[in-house]
Design a binder for this molecule. Structure first.
Ligand code: PEP
Ligand code: MN
Length: 339
């Protein structure tokens, strides 16, 4: 259920509804919108009697939510969420660009790439310090040393740091050094990790699982939001199909599909979505054209020497060219996005 407050409802009236929800043993999620505040309710197993709320001052209506998700839905919030990462945003008018290596390998490597990322005008730097690798013998990341390098990059270049947490212990560390928590495709249904991210004060980048449906992905976002963290960005990064010409199949149709049901921003990862350097720029252009709020792209100063995902990394000059191309497309797209 969600409670739609009247346009002029006062803070005291909203607080009173929140109190009643708490007294019933449920959790209230007040979401202020442009026209009105809506209050989502979670924690109930069955239907809630609307008469608890209907006569409270300031309440417009108590609406039953029939969908499996209660907080990611446009029913709760018709306006798109703008996720704020310090003074940078994802989901607003600006195209968000998150760029950097797959993994932080060394200070020299990370700084060489960050310099170009900064110069491109991107606001976010990516790089894994904890890498979820298919093989236990592959490079697993530098751990906390990698996070220290990332924190130094923020200091030097003012870039916001987006980096992956693979478990609760690494999430504690990401909170200490980073600006945005990445939850990887393989962790999309790690429900304890999702709940822990939901208790964080940092925004979360939630990648789609390798075989996740739209509903499963949105319910993963719902796990985070149900704990009180509403700053969630969805990321389409390709799914498993029978195709053999790419590492994954980038499902761009999911971008407008998300838009139809959710207020959360959605970005596209053409690097994992193709796995091939020669296809990344084409799919980055397509991602922006389909209406994504941003891109996350892997870049390396020497892809042939990369310790992970070198085959899909853009070289520095290719990255700069890609940024200028996607910005041009975004400019053409802007009126369509606003309307
Ligand atoms: C990554 O961003 O480097 C990564 C491991 O992504 P994914 O979880 O999408 O595979
Ligand atoms: Mn990678």
């Amino acid at each position: 259920m969600l409670i739609a407050m009247k346009a002029g409802a006062t803070d005291a009236e909203i607080d009173a509804v929140v109190r009643v929800i708490g007294e019933l043993g449920y959790r209230a999620h007040p979401i202020p919108g442009a026209g009105r505040t809506a209050i989502g309710i979670t924690g109930n197993q069955g239907p809630i009697d609307p008469s608890h709320f209907e006569n409270l001052p300031g309440v417009a209506e108590a609406v039953r939510v029939s969908k499996p998700y209660k907080l990611v839905t446009l029913d709760l919030q018709p306006e798109k969420t703008i996720v704020r990462v310090g003074d940078a945003t994802i989901g607003g008018v600006e195209l968000a660009i998150i760029a950097g290596p797959c993994a932080i390998e060394s200070r020299a490597q990370a700084f060489a790439i960050a310099e170009t990322v900064r110069r491109s005008g991107a606001r976010f730097f990516r790089g894994g310090a904890f890498k979820p690798r298919t093989s236990p013998y592959a490079f697993q990341g530098l751990g906390e040393d990698g996070l220290r390098i990332l924190a130094d990059i923020r200091e030097t270049y003012g870039l916001k740091i987006v980096t992956e947490a693979v478990d609760e212990a690494s999430l504690d560390l990401v909170e200490r050094y980073g600006d945005m928590i990445q939850i990887g495709a393989r962790s999309m249904q790690n429900f304890t990790l999702l709940r822990r991210a939901g208790k964080s004060g940092l925004p979360v980048l939630l990648k789609r699982g390798l075989s996740a449906t739209l509903d499963e992905w949105l319910l993963a976002a719902e796990y985070i939001m149900s704990e009180g963290n509403y700053q969630v960005v969805l990321c389409e990064r390709g799914i498993r199909t029978f195709s053999q010409h790419t590492r994954n199949t980038l499902d761009l149709s999911v971008v407008p599909a998300v838009r139809r049901v959710s207020h959360l921003p959605v970005i596209v990862d053409p690097s994992h979505g193709t796995g091939k350097n020669c296809m990344v720029t084409a799919l980055a252009r397509a991602g922006v054209a389909v209406g994504a709020d941003g891109l996350i792209v892997e870049v390396h100063d020497s892809p042939s020497e990369a310790l992970s995902d070198g085959a899909q990394a853009l070289k520095l000059d290719q990255y700069e060219q890609m940024v200028s191309e996607v910005r041009a497309i975004h400019e053409v797209m802007a009126p369509a996005i606003v309307s």
